[in-house]
Ligand binder design. Structure first.
Ligand code: ADP
Ligand code: MG
Length: 697
């Protein structure tokens, strides 16, 4: 039965074919259900009047009550500006319109008391209210407009009388008919346990709030529901994968223990040990492991990966480690090959620049099982790379790999799925991880190896450049090494490269006797390589580069990271760059070069970095400042396309909703219980889908 909420939007009174077409095109609203779930993104509080004397620029919107003293029209026709002076008994301010004067002027009657609503802004050094709505004051307003909902809309829709107010009118028409058709979509037990408002109440109050309290309840309820169904979906696919896919059983720890006792020169931190146990429990269980390992830069993820690979090798299977860049793959290879040789196990590296003849040999050794561990880049997932018996795939710095690429690695083994360990050095806020990787198990390394000193971070302005040079000189004289990083983005690549070279030249002038390297993405890989090696061997002391050094590079002797135009980088990236220093025993420093005139948000970013070294705290702040889409850089990650929930601020609700979903998965995964009928119906219903399942899978 096609439900009420499947009705096509053109059948709503006041819509019609033309507006329906606009709603479909502009807002993806096809049905009644789509419209009713087009929730307001904010509300304007029309209960409160600001006095003119209180006006200031920090207010996002104000409602004033008063009179017009006069107005003035200026500028050429077509670019006319209308300014009116407006007063109440506390003072006088300006109202300004840059268009539509001919609609406004007839309204501006002296002696009429007005309500003005808009955003204060500064213009010609005065505070104005720009483009306000202006209406005669009516002492007895309709009660349903005191918290005025504001809906997302577009210019095009506005021109078709479907601005926020137009959409509000449609919602009212729709609600009248819809209310009797709204079913409860959560089990009564959850509503009680989590103190939730009913569905009917929530839908009504999200569009037409009766009070602030009612609105809060409505939002909480709808967010809970949205998170609940996403989590239920993720957890369900996880539990199904558990049932369906078996992984190799890898119980033998002899090789791993020998390495740990006889070869490795340091002992694991408590946090690393805990994670190792989690991996071992998965890998000996016979169930395919799908685990995300999060750990801040420098927390020692690589050694965990290597230990897990040894577990695989020690049980007669192979293992791979896939890195996002060749430089990183080679670095892993160079470090781990020393261990492999001592253990007499076969290790190879395969990248895009591996020569053809060599590649053939590598693939042969892989297929015959001579190679135990293969390290590489994307080159690993090409069709012709076939393993003898792949037991574990490790993916380093996960954020550079898509889900599809992950899946390709799984399929490298026909017999059973290899265990998969995904490592990320960009800590992901818990809320985001729960949504993006809700189907993976998560391990966290939350301490740094002992003896590390936290990097000290400072903001410096260009005016202090001489001081900064003096600091570099001192560090270099003391035998340390220095990174200087310049931003480079594609859109302004030429200018950016020029800055990089200018910077290089001024450094070269200031340090004529010091070896200096320069590295950027436009160099030939071989040249890049040579410069990197010169720096890591200590031949050059200063490395001037773009963010190509961002991930993974490990030079213990480097103690200074200078980031030019730091305001142009994102928080996660700054944190990542800073992670390149502080890797040895010496005190390290990160200097953020910028100028005083940067935006407030940029300031917050830089200050966050000064304040904390904790990647998780930084990730949380990043999420709040940027919103989730940007962080993952994946526009297609549909799970983030939330109707009402906000991953940056709703962590608590998400946590509760996940608890509820876990309860269902644990007690009634098939949804056979009569108490869970609402969930079953919701999932089966073609009607008012709370979330669009197709977007999430
Ligand atoms: P990341 O987590 O950023 O990938 P790495 O795995 O590169 O960090 O580790 C950084 C450095 O710390 C490496 O030189 C590694 O050998 C070292 N390291 C890792 N774990 C420990 C430990 N428990 N004690 C001392 N040093 C460690
Ligand atoms: Mg690493």
């Amino acid at each position: 039965m096609a439900g009420f909420f499947d009705s096509k939007i053109e059948f709503l009174k006041g819509v019609g074919p033309q507006r329906a077409e606009m709603l479909r095109k502009e807002l993806n609203i096809f049905t009644f259900g789509d419209l009713i779930q087009h929730y307001p993104f904010r509300y304007e509080d029309r209960t409160h009047f600001t006095r003119v004397s209180e006006l200031n620029l920090s207010m996002s919107q104000v409602q004033l009550r008063g009179f017009i003293r006069g107005y003035r029209l200026s500028g050429k026709p077509g670019r006319q500006r209308l300014e009116a002076s407006f007063y109440d008994d506390t003072g006088e301010t300006g109202l300004v319109w840059f268009q539509g004067a001919k609609w406004v002027i007839p309204k501006l009657q002296k002696g009429t008391e007005f309500v003005v609503f808009g955003k204060p802004m500064s213009y010609n050094n005065r505070v104005y209210v720009a483009h306000p709505e202006i209406d005669p004051y009516m002492p007895h307003k309709e009660p349903d407009t005191f918290l005025q909902p504001v809906y997302a809309t577009t210019e095009k829709l506005r021109s078709g009388f479907l601005g926020s107010k137009g959409i509000y009118k449609l919602q009212k028409v729709l609600l009248d008919k819809a209310l009797p058709n709204i079913r409860e979509t959560l089990p009564p037990a959850f509503i009680k346990k989590y103190n939730l408002a009913g569905k009917l109440f929530a839908v009504k109050n999200i569009h037409i709030p009766e009070s602030h309290e009612a609105l809060e309840l409505a939002r909480y309820r709808l967010k809970f529901e949205e998170f609940f169904y996403i989590q239920l979906q993720l957890l369900k696919s996880k539990s199904e994968r558990y049932k369906k896919f078996s992984g190799f059983v890898l119980p033998d720890t002899k090789l791993l223990t020998r390495f740990y006792n006889e070869v490795l020169t340091f002992s694991l931190t408590a946090s690393q040990k805990k994670v190792m146990h989690e991996l071992y429990n998965d890998m000996k269980s016979g169930r395919q492991m799908n685990r995300l390992l999060q750990g801040d830069v420098g927390s020692g993820k690589t050694i965990i990966a290597f230990l897990a690979m040894l577990l695989s090798v020690g049980n007669g299977c192979q293992a791979t480690l896939m890195a996002p860049t060749e430089i990183l793959a080679e670095q892993h290879y160079n470090n781990l090959k020393l261990y492999a040789d001592e253990l007499r196990i076969g290790m190879n590296i395969l990248t895009g620049s591996t020569r053809k003849s060599e590649r053939k040999k590598i693939l042969e050794e892989l297929q015959t099982g001579v190679t135990d561990i293969l390290i590489g880049t994307h080159a690993l997932i090409e069709e012709d790379v076939a393993f003898h018996k792949l037991g574990l795939s490790v993916i380093d710095e996960q954020h550079r790999f898509g889900v599809a690429q992950r899946a390709k690695l799984w399929k490298k083994n026909p017999e059973a799925y290899p265990h998969v360990l995904v490592m990320t050095a960009t800590p992901i806020p818990r809320t985001l991880a729960m949504t993006l990787y809700g189907d993976l198990d998560v391990s966290v390394i939350d301490e740094l190896p002992h003896g590390r000193k936290p990097v000290k971070t400072y903001i410096q302005f260009d005016s202090s450049r001489l001081k900064v040079f003096g600091f570099i000189r001192k560090q270099v004289t003391d035998g340390r090494q220095v990174y200087i990083v310049y931003p480079l983005i594609e859109e302004s690549e030429k200018v950016d490269l020029k800055h990089l070279y200018d910077g290089y030249e001024s450094i070269a002038r200031a340090f004529p006797d010091t070896g200096i390297s320069i590295v950027h993405g436009r160099q030939k890989p071989a040249d890049k390589e040579i410069e990197m090696k010169r720096f890591s061997s200590g031949e050059t002391r200063i490395m001037v580069s773009t963010t190509v050094i961002e991930v993974g590079i490990h030079v213990e002797n480097a103690t200074v990271m200078i980031i030019e135009n730091a305001e142009r980088f994102g928080l996660a990236q700054l944190h990542q760059l800073r992670g390149r220093v502080g890797r040895g025993a010496d005190q390290s420093y990160c200097i953020l070069m910028t100028d005083p005139g940067i935006s407030k948000e940029a300031k917050t970013r830089l200050q966050t970095l000064v304040k904390t070294n904790d990647g998780f705290e930084i990730a949380d702040m990043d999420l709040q400042l940027r919103g989730p889409g940007d962080i993952t850089g994946t526009q297609q990650s549909g799970a983030l396309d939330l109707l009402i929930g906000n991953l940056g601020t709703d962590g608590f609700i998400l946590q509760k909703a996940r608890e509820a979903a876990i309860e269902i998965i644990e007690t009634d995964p098939e949804l056979g219980n009569p108490e869970n009928r609402n969930i079953r119906e919701q999932i089966n219903s073609q009607g008012m889908n709370v979330i669009n399942w197709s977007r999430i899978s």
